[in-house]
Design a protein around this ligand. Structure first.
Ligand code: CU
Length: 203
C-alpha cells in the first residue's frame, strides 16, 4: 500500500513534468485568424491565406483530392512543397486529371474506386497554383496551391480562415484566390496572442 502510494505520487509527479511537453508541442505557437471578402462573388470560400515565408523545413504530407458527383473535392487545396496528392475517382463514370499550369501534367483517365498520385515537388517560386481539370467533363475544375510552409488556411463560405500554431515572429501573409487578387499584409505574431488579418479581394 505504501509503495503503491509512493509510486502513484511518483507517477503523478512524472505526468506533471511530462504533461505540458506531451500535450502542447506547439504551445508557443499562436493563431492567425481573419476574414476574406471576395468582392462580387456569391461565396467567400476558397481563398488560401498563407505565410509567404517561414523559417524551418516542412515535411510533405499525403492528401486526397476526390472526384465525386462531378466535382473536385475539396475545390481548393493547399499543400507543402513535395507533398503527394492522391486523385481519387468516386464516381461511376471515368474521370481524367490534368493541369495546364507550371510543369503541366496529365495523369490519364481511370474508373471508380481507383486513384493516381502526383508529387508536387517542382515549385520554385511560391505559391504555385495548379488548375485541376478533367478532359471528360470540361465543367469540372479544382485548384491545388503549393506553398513553402505549413502555415496556411482556406477560407469558408463566410470568408473565415485559421492558421494554427504559428511561431512568434514577423511575417508577410499572402492570399491566393482562383479568380480574385489581394495585397499581401504584414503581421506580427506574439507568443500566446492571436493575430487578426482581413483581406478584401477584387479583380
Ligand atoms: Cu470528369
Amino acid at each position: 500500500m505504501k509503495s503503491n502510494l509512493a509510486s502513484a505520487a511518483c507517477l503523478t509527479g512524472l505526468v506533471m513534468i511530462m504533461g505540458p511537453l506531451l500535450v502542447h508541442p506547439g504551445a508557443a505557437g499562436s493563431l492567425i485568424t481573419g476574414t476574406v471578402k471576395a468582392s462580387g462573388l456569391s461565396t467567400n470560400a476558397g481563398a488560401v491565406v498563407y505565410l509567404q515565408q517561414a523559417p524551418g523545413t516542412f515535411p510533405p504530407s499525403t492528401e486526397t483530392m476526390d472526384q465525386k458527383k462531378m466535382q473536385f473535392i475539396p475545390h481548393v487545396m493547399a499543400v507543402v512543397a513535395g507533398s503527394t496528392v492522391k486523385f481519387l475517382n468516386s464516381d461511376p463514370t471515368p474521370h481524367n486529371v490534368f493541369s495546364p499550369d507550371n510543369e503541366k501534367y496529365n495523369l490519364g483517365t481511370w474508373p471508380q474506386g481507383q486513384s493516381k498520385d502526383y508529387v508536387f515537388s517542382k515549385c520554385t517560386k511560391f505559391p504555385c497554383a495548379y488548375t485541376q481539370l478533367c478532359r471528360v467533363h470540361p465543367e469540372m475544375e479544382g485548384f491545388i496551391v503549393v506553398l513553402q510552409n505549413r502555415y496556411f488556411g482556406v477560407s469558408d463560405r463566410e470568408g473565415k480562415f485559421e492558421i494554427k500554431d504559428v511561431p512568434p515572429g514577423s511575417y508577410t501573409v499572402g492570399v491566393w484566390h482562383p479568380k480574385l487578387k489581394g495585397q499581401p499584409k504584414p503581421v506580427v505574431v506574439e507568443a500566446g496572442k492571436s493575430a487578426v488579418v482581413d483581406f478584401t479581394l477584387a479583380r
